[in-house]
Design a binder for this molecule. Sequence first.
Ligand SMILES: Cc1cc2nc3c(=O)[nH]c(=O)nc-3n(C[C@H](O)[C@H](O)[C@H](O)COP(=O)(O)OP(=O)(O)OC[C@H]3O[C@@H](n4cnc5c(N)ncnc54)[C@H](O)[C@@H]3O)c2cc1C
Length: 420
Amino acid sequence: MLARTARRQFRPENLASLTRSFSSTAPARADFTHVVIGGGVVGLAISRALSQRTSSTLLLERHTQIGTETSSRNSEVIHAGLYYGSDSLKTRLCISGRQALYKFCEEYKVPYAKVGKWVVAQDDAQRETLERIHRTCKDEIGVPTRWVGKEEARREEPCVTADSGVLESPETGIVDSHSLMATLHGHFEEEGGFAVLNSTVVGIEPLNSTSGSLPGSGGWRLRVLDAQTNTESDITTETIINSAGLGAAEVHNMIVPPERRTKLYYAKGNYFSYASSKPKVRRLIYPVAAPGAGGLGTHLTLDLSGRMRFGPDVEWVDSPDQLSINASRLPDAITEIKKYLPEIDTTALAPDYAGIRPKLRPASARGFVDFYIRKEDGYEGWVNLLGIESPGLTSSLAIGDLVRDIFYASGKVEGSPPLQ
Ligand SMILES: Cc1cc2nc3c(=O)[nH]c(=O)nc-3n(C[C@H](O)[C@H](O)[C@H](O)COP(=O)(O)OP(=O)(O)OC[C@H]3O[C@@H](n4cnc5c(N)ncnc54)[C@H](O)[C@@H]3O)c2cc1C
């Protein structure tokens, strides 16, 4: 499939006109300039950004459709950037990604709504957390937040309990993630890129241009399994981008020596649908997340038709394949929801779907963990993305620009520090 469709249409003459900051001595021999592994929203945004520089970009996705893993199993929230501190890649990419995403949705008619969100505190400790978030937003990162007075809170959302305060984030919104991905996919292919489905990367070999040169300096050879025909084929590329989400550690480990291998940890989030229009709520409602919780707490989100849903909780699982919804988590979810929405009709709640966060640290680890996006040390032409959990959907366009800049900007572009 891959060999017949993508490679046949590949036009090597496009390589000649490029100015690149990455070095390779194999351009004339490689089938592609860039191969992006993973067709989620981030891989699509990267592919789109790269295809604006060269039409010789190939996106490989193992499933029959794009975006069927984490990118379609999330809250579809456009985050404002409240939670990730003053100096992190997540904050930087969330803020610029959010701004780019609103503009993109407006320009290309991707359904979205800037509905705003309330983060509700129920005790003094939660109030203190909100005060800290508000200070960081105001003094350090320039993200608008506002305290909502008791009177206004009662008037605006009479059914919502917030005993110790409400912090509003007016820049938070929701987006139709499927439509976003379809639009990114369309742009990528219009620019001459190829997205090939049913194609699992099963082996990667960095090539040396001369003895003693960095692995990858002579390009890369990828072994790709066609899921339809169950046959394998080889392709070559000058650069690779690992954007494989839950499969990213596996891809990473295909390349590095044993001592540099890594692993991901899997924090599943279960969602519950709500088949009632009462109590009526007009914006997203988030609890204050407990420190080290692994998520933002079981929140209330709205879809674009105004329907409420609840989730995700945090359930650590052993495998990225445990994607089925765990109905036994419903009673715990109800306990959490009732703290801010006591009038919820529990009979209208039903297990809906689940997504899995690809975590760089296990449940026992405390403290903030950033995205890992970096031109990998000791190799030529490999950009590696690990731990792209929330706010990855919001940040996708900014991540695409970052990866493009890592390859093409004239100065050195900083990504994450090396893996610990
Ligand atoms: C429960 C939950 C809620 C979230 N809520 C939000 C939110 O509201 N807002 C927000 O901004 N973010 C949210 N996120 C985060 C966001 O969904 C992710 O950051 C984003 O979707 C990641 O996109 P991706 O392209 O990196 O990964 P994915 O969507 O997982 O895509 C990776 C792709 O790689 C493919 N792949 C893997 N291995 C291979 C291989 N060897 N060969 C070929 N293909 C391969 C997979 O099939 C997959 O399609 C949430 C995440 C979760 C889990």
